[in-house]
Design a protein around this ligand. Sequence first.
Ligand SMILES: [Zn+2]
Length: 92
Amino acid sequence: MDLIKNKDVGRRITGKNNFCPKCNNRGRVKIVKECDKEKFSDLFDRYDATGTLEHYICYDRAMEDCEYDYFYCPNCEEGQKYKDKYPEYDGI
Ligand SMILES: [Zn+2]
């Protein structure tokens, strides 16, 4: 499979060709640690309940308050920057 060509694109996405849905062009994915899963879900629900925040913002804010690990994204060029630093992300 070819890597998505999104190196250094960041948020300046122009189309499907340079957008990686797996990592949202961040190249790495934050995964909340097992011990904080419940806390994360409570926080997410609390932010989401306001009804004024986009889901991804609720997600990011909840994550900031929890312990998490980074994984690199194997699907895109941006992810290759982190290949030697973090384990591979195998989620969706
Ligand atoms: Zn990616």
